[in-house]
Design a protein around this ligand. Structure first.
Ligand code: ADP
Ligand code: MN
Ligand code: MN
Ligand code: MN
Length: 337
């Protein structure tokens, strides 16, 4: 083919949680994907009288679904006067990432999600009633434990083919619930890879007659919610335990501000049960899955490494999470040194 298909992906203006959108452009072989536009009045990004919004490519990679020379093109959204659109959280992360680039921040995101059947219930839930209680599902094996593995495997292959920095997958605590991990990567990179990985997941699920949701509380009752644990380190945290503890303390100083950036409905997930700390309390501790922030055991042993902020929701905007995290930890480190 002397053309390729470019799938332009962007985050829309839907409140309280943005949806992913995409459309295809045919481009001559050898040409980079150009800026493009779309109808913002259909995505909660503009009104009908002045509906045009601009798509600026920021991350281009191979399209593992179409294969061949086809591309995925992640974009930021701009207004026609070339100011970043109000919904464009990535634009607000850019200057913060740049300001603190010297700290060499790294993120590892644990994206949890749940497959839903066409009846809207989680995969593995019977039409009436409930499956056996939580216990055997996390990292389980076998047909009565595991639901959706074909999609999960297809998704992992697709992400690797697209060159995304996935570092693992596992079945989660609730049936039909899974996790993939991205990183460790810098703030913009990890967020870009996460969005493309989310898009690939939803796109592939179409083929399997199910849907993937990032709903933080997809089943009421005694079922775990879905989070996006955010593992974080700076260069000094990777060299010193004191810097890891200082980062935890800094997060505690600005806990309420962080909660606001961690995804809609975070109060309903962070109840104090199901391996969470309450949303209105802050704590940190070694190996403590009931804390807001966990210091992994091997970090306490090695006296250096990273910390895990367990609060972000599965439906969080990674650009908002990364921005507040970098700002809080790096500003405190500069004030303290
Ligand atoms: P959990 O035990 O919480 O389930 P996972 O194995 O799912 O942990 O995820 C651990 C995450 O930590 C991975 O995403 C990995 O990329 C990330 N990680 C490892 N080292 C670092 C580091 N130095 N800085 C930031 N993230 C890191
Ligand atoms: Mn995990
Ligand atoms: Mn998990
Ligand atoms: Mn975790």
């Amino acid at each position: 083919m002397n053309v390729y298909k470019a799938e332009y992906i962007w985050l829309d203006g839907t409140e309280p949680t943005a949806l992913m959108r995409s459309k295809t452009r045919i481009i001559a072989e050898g040409q980079p994907p150009p800026e493009w536009g779309f109808d913002g009045s259909s995505t909660n990004q503009a009104d009908g009288h002045s509906s045009d919004c601009v798509l600026k490519p920021v991350f281009v990679t191979n399209d593992p679904i179409r294969g061949g020379n086809h591309k995925i093109v992640l974009c930021e959204v701009f207004n026609t006067d070339m100011t970043p659109h109000a919904s464009n959280a990535r634009a607000k992360l850019r200057p913060v990432a740049e300001k603190y680039a010297g700290h060499e921040c790294l993120f590892g995101l644990e994206q949890e999600y749940t497959f839903l059947k066409p009846d809207g219930r989680p995969l593995g839930f019977p039409t009436n009633g409930y499956p056996a209680p939580q216990g055997p599902y996390y990292c389980g094996v076998g047909g009565s434990q595991i639901y959706g593995r074909e999609v999960v495997e297809a998704h992992l292959d697709a992400c690797l083919e697209a060159g995304l920095g996935l570092c693992g997958i596992n079945a989660e605590v609730m049936p039909g619930q899974w996790e993939f991990q991205v990183g460790p990567l810098g703030p913009l990179e990890v967020s870009d890879h996460l969005i493309v990985a989310r898009w690939l997941l939803c796109r592939l699920a179409e083929k399997f007659d199910c849907d993937a949701t990032f709903d933080p509380k997809p089943a009421r009752g005694d079922w775990n919610g879905a989070g996006c644990h955010t593992n974080f380190s700076t260069k000094s945290m990777r060299e010193s335990y004191d810097a890891c503890v200082a980062a935890c303390e800094a997060l505690g100083e600005r806990a309420a501000e962080h909660i606001k950036n961690y995804g809609h409905g975070v109060e309903h997930r962070l109840t104090g049960d199901h391996e969470t700390q309450r949303w209105d309390k802050f704590s940190y501790g070694v190996s403590d899955r009931g804390a807001s922030v966990r210091i992994p055991w091997q970090v306490a042993r090695d006296k250096k490494g990273y910390i895990e902020d367990r609060r972000p929701n599965a439906n969080c905007d990674p650009y908002l999470v990364a921005r507040v995290m970098v700002e809080t930890v790096c500003a405190a480190a500069e004030a303290g040194s």
